[in-house]
Every structure is written in C-alpha cells, then in structure tokens.
Design a binder for this molecule. Structure first.
Ligand code: FES
Length: 194
C-alpha cells in the first residue's frame, strides 16, 4: 500500500525556492503566534524531533509508515502539528497521512495515558472471570475500555489474547504481565502505578 505514497515530482528550481520561502514564513508565523500568546506551544510542532526522524529515514516520502512509527514511539501518539510538519516537509497531503494513520490500527491520533493497561478478553480469560476484572478496572479508572483517564495516568484497552492463557485472567501494564487476576487484586495493581 505504500506504492506511490507521496511520490515527489521533479520541480523547477525556482518553484522549489519559493516553496522553501513559504515554509520558512509559515514556521516563523507559528513561532510568533506562540511567542505572542496567540497559540499554545502544543500547537507548534516539535520540529527538532521530527527533523531527526525525517533525517533518519532519508527524508523519503516512501518511508512515511516508518516515519509515523518513529513519531508515535517518541510521542505515544501522532500529534496533528507534527503530522502537518511532515506533510509539508515530504510534500504528502494530510489526507494521505490521515488515511495511513487510520488504516493501521497500531497508529493513534489521540494522546495516551502514561500507563497502557491492556486486558485480555479472549476465551480462557473470559471464562475465568475476565468480565468481572474488566468491570473492576473500569470502576477503578473511571473510564471504559478504549478510554484514557482525565489525569492522563492510564489508557485502557481490551484485546483478544495475550498469549499466556495459562495465567488467565491476564492483563498487561506497559507490557508487564499480571496473571491470575481477580477483581479485588486489580485495584492494588493499578494503585502501584503513579
Ligand atoms: S485468552 Fe487471555 S491470554 Fe489467551
């Protein structure tokens, strides 16, 4: 599916120089708006971080998926200002970038909590009380599966099988496995993550 993504067309030098000028003006306008308090710093992209990622991938538009993966690894999701920056630098339309980001389930467009809670709802976990554990997590966090707590401490997801059915019911927090859970133990495990 990457074939043809954002393929660069050769452009005359004069046009490229005008595009560079426009980009510089855009960047300076954003910086001035932030400095004047008309935009929040969050609205400005972390240009240094994105530049490092782009350079790592040779600034090649064909590497857009790997570039988005690196951005998500750094920021835990795909922030819009950074996506716009990438769109400009690689000359890839935002619609194309959003199409990729929404096609792959692994990409996230919303900010995530500091801790990722992932509860298995596969068959083995389900028959050993997974549903009650799920209720306990939702009660404890105050969000349903798929949500993030207001204090950005936890994001909570359910999955089909974590591959350790012998320890059912199972959840992971930031990749660490917690097995043989019951609805009473869940609160303590969550509490231990600040
Ligand atoms: S069904 Fe839960 S780990 Fe496999």
């Amino acid at each position: 599916m990457t074939a043809g993504i954002g393929r660069e067309r050769a452009r005359p030098a004069g046009i490229m120089s005008r595009i560079d000028t426009i980009r510089k003006i855009e960047r300076s306008l954003v910086e001035r708006r932030v400095a004047a308090g008309l935009a929040t710093p969050a609205a400005a992209p972390d240009a240094a971080a994105v530049e490092a990622i782009l350079d790592r991938h040779g600034r090649a538009s064909e590497q857009i998926i790997a570039i988005l993966q690196d951005l998500q690894e750094k920021r835990r999701y795909l922030p819009e200002p950074e996506l716009r920056y990438i769109s400009r630098e690689l000359d890839i339309p935002m619609t194309r970038i959003y199409a990729i980001a929404t096609f792959y389930k692994a990409f996230r467009l919303e900010p995530r909590g500091r801790h990722e809670v992932c509860l298995c709802m596969g068959t083995a976990c389900h028959v050993r009380g997974g549903e009650r554990v799920k209720d306990a997590i939702e009660r404890s966090l105050g969000v349903e599966a798929g949500g993030t707590t207001a204090d950005m401490r936890f994001s909570f997801e359910t999955v089909r099988c974590l591959g350790c059915c012998g320890q059912a019911p199972v959840m992971t927090i930031d990749g660490k496995i917690y097995g043989k859970l019951d609805h009473l133990a869940v609160g303590k495990v969550l509490e231990s993550h600040t």
